[in-house]
Design a binder for this molecule. Sequence first.
Ligand SMILES: [Zn+2]
Length: 195
Amino acid sequence: MKLAILDRDGTLNAAGEPFLHAPESWVALPGVLEAVARLNRGGWHVVLATNQPGLGLGEVGLGELNAMHARMHRALAAAGARIEAVFYCPHAPEEGCGCRAPAPGLMRQIAERYGAESHETWVIGSGAAHLQAGAHLGAHLHLVCAQTAAEVLSGRPLPPEFPPQTRTHASLAELVASLVPAEPLPPPSAPGKLP
Ligand SMILES: [Zn+2]
C-alpha cells in the first residue's frame, strides 16, 4: 500500500488570497492532473488534506467548498486521474482544534482510515504546516515548490520551519516521476494500419 496525502492550494491548484470562493477559482497547476493520474496508474491511493479556516471564519460556505471540489474532481477525471477523498479541517485558527495542520489529527485519521504505516505514507505539500503534520506521523515528507514555495528552490537552505527530513522538488510532476516508473511506450503501429 502506498498513500499520498496532498495539500490543496499551492500544491494541486493555484493558491488564492486569502480564500478561494467560486468554483472557477480552482485552477490546476501545470502538470498536476497528469501527475495524479500517474500515481493512480502506479497503484497509489491519493487523498487531499487541507486546512479550510474560511469555513470556521464564516468566509467560505460549505456549498461553495463542495462545488469547488466537484469542479476539481471533474478536472481530474477528464485527465484520467482520481483523488479518492478530501479531508479538511473546517476550524478557524482560534478554535485550537487538533486537526488543523500543523497539528497531526487530520493526517492521523487518514492514515488510520487507510491502514497505512508511516513508511507507506507520503505527505506532499507546498507549505511548512502540512509537512509538520506529516512529520508527526513519521511519513515521507516532500515539498513541491511550483508556486508558494518557489523561493525555497533558490539554493538557500530549507527554512527552519520545515522538518529537516523534507525533500524538495520543483513540481509535483517531478516528484511523481521519481516515485512511479515511466510506462513503456505502446508498440508502434504496423505500417498500413493507420486510419
Ligand atoms: Zn480542525
